[in-house]
Design a protein around this ligand. Sequence first.
Ligand SMILES: Nc1nc2c(ncn2[C@@H]2O[C@H](COP(=O)(O)OP(=O)(O)O)[C@@H](O)[C@H]2O)c(=O)[nH]1
Ligand SMILES: [Mg+2]
Length: 366
Amino acid sequence: MALQCGIVGLPNVGKSTLFNCLSNAKAQAANFPFCTIEPNVGVITVPDERLSKLAELVNPNRIVPNTIEIVDIAGLVKGASKGEGLGNQFLGNIRSTNAIIHVLRCFDDGNVIHVDGSVDPVRDKEIIDTELQLKDLETVDKRIQKVEKMAKTGGDKDAKKTFEILSIVKPHLESGKSARTAPISEEDFVFIDDLNLLTVKPILYVCNVDEASVAGGNAYVEQVREAVKDENAEVLIISAQIESEISQLESYEERQMFLEDLGLSESGVNKLIKAAYRLLNLATYFTAGVQEVRAWTIEKGFTAPQAAGVIHTDFEKGFIRAEVIKYDDFVTYGSENACKEAGKLSVEGKTYIVEDGDIMHFRFNV
Ligand SMILES: Nc1nc2c(ncn2[C@@H]2O[C@H](COP(=O)(O)OP(=O)(O)O)[C@@H](O)[C@H]2O)c(=O)[nH]1
Ligand SMILES: [Mg+2]
């Protein structure tokens, strides 16, 4: 599962600066290598303290963390939905992502030109939103044309339901709102899943601020918070410039000192990767053996066989049972055997829903 987060925003807001910080492995606190697979696509490992803790206890030959892909989607401008500035290509890039990181310029700097002449993150956000919403309207209209007749002549239940839902989504988009906030239930969203609407994708806002605002934010950040308060979206404060300075520092100690001087406990890049992972609504389980300690990505709500299938389809097909240890128990007792003796290892069947942090051992036959 290569899950992707796309970085969007107007030109000159700091997208590529951030992307480059991510791509600089030195910027990371520990072992979070990043490799650029295309000029604008990178694979980054997700920092997870639990993985390091398990590795300390098990002392395996290797440690394999989770990864996600980050895409720097350049070139979104006003008119993109009408094909302006290669707009369609960039909108297509967004369509293939699983979540969106929207970077907003919240710093003043006369030397960095703003495409609209002044710093106004809320206006900037609305420009991008509008382009995405217009594109979605196009998609919705096309589908309405397709299902309307079927819906009205009765018969096809799904067509009727889809038509009903789209009749709510359409005016919502027309009123300048994103589909993710449309007043329809989660079950109803399933009916329009295959439209792959751009404004349904989960979103995270990154306010790119100057050094003085990095610990406490600034007036621009407050404006952004106010503007997105109904979106149920996280707002992160990051200074791309500081992140790139941090990424120049050689040692971990130097970077920690730099962060402490700024009143920060963690680099913005780390925060960003973790937030992006949360955004994808994923869960992590672990396998912990002497060969390797490894994190595995699953969707929330996966059953034990589904989770086993992430390792190998044979594991899912031939699933017999799973032995499960809770992360906290593993840390308390220190090993699988100690957990077993303490009665902290449970044997679970096919209907077990894997929880975030579970340490799993699958039994299967092929
Ligand atoms: N002062 C300041 N300049 C920044 C910051 N982030 C990016 N820039 C500058 O803004 C310009 C555009 O940045 P870039 O990352 O290329 O923007 P993109 O077009 O969104 O990819 C570059 O000259 C950056 O050095 C920041 O946090 N503070
Ligand atoms: Mg760029």
